[in-house]
Write a protein that binds this ligand. Sequence first.
Ligand SMILES: [Zn+2]
Length: 297
Amino acid sequence: MDRIAKFLAYEGRVSLICANTTELVEEIRNIHDLTPTTTAVLGRFSTISGMMGFTEIKESDDFLSIQLNGKGPVGTLISAVKREAETTKIKVSIDNPHIELPLKSNGKIDVGGAVGTNGFLNILNKNKTTDSNYTGLVPLVSGEIAEDFTEYFAKSKQKPTVIALGVLVNKNGVKSAGGYMIQLMPDATEEDIVNIEKALEKAPSISQMIENNKSLEEIARTVTGDENVLILAQELSLKYECDCTKERFERGLISIGKEELNKLIKEDGMADVVCHFCNKKYHFSKEDLENLLKEIK
Ligand SMILES: [Zn+2]
């Protein structure tokens, strides 16, 4: 079962979030018909987007949107995250879901090669309560995703953060997926940092720990080296949900302009529009399109 939990370690000087996203990533693999390579790419990206939903979104009207484009073969990754009570709702898209690359020489999936390194990570965080729009833009470091987000927290947010993301997948499906995010509070000591570094050296990979059925509490203890981690919140859930509607695509068709819409009516006599987040298809008949044309001044 998918779970996300928040913890405090070292008497509150360190905070962390641990997530098991195995079911979510399997659902995303099915929705987008992903290969093992793109499952690893989109699985890591969805896991960090979901975890950030818990750290960056405070109110139910808030909104987080992340775009990652490294100019590699998979194209642009987009996530949109919203929150309702204890449930975080996420939807994701990828330009080229069917890319499959050979494994790297160490036997690992070539996420960096698929994402590319010549691009940017762009984060938009809308906070309705404070009426603010926060935008963070950082160049990619490795395209491996965890390192790129670590850089974002260091550069844009001045928050020292350790991020690990992992997806174990074969052609039959996702065996395990998850991640953790450790953040140092301003009062964290040198000793805390040394202890965490020692713990991380010994810790197995996050996908391995989840595959071995370690609980999130056990993972939190393992990666911090603190036996007395305190659970702040658990049983938080992460759910895939697309909120697309026909009206939204109507607005999209109107926005292409009178000339293009006329051309579409004459040449195709209808339009089938597919949502990039959930692959739902919306059909617009000739009559629908003619009605939209009337709305353009
Ligand atoms: Zn949709």
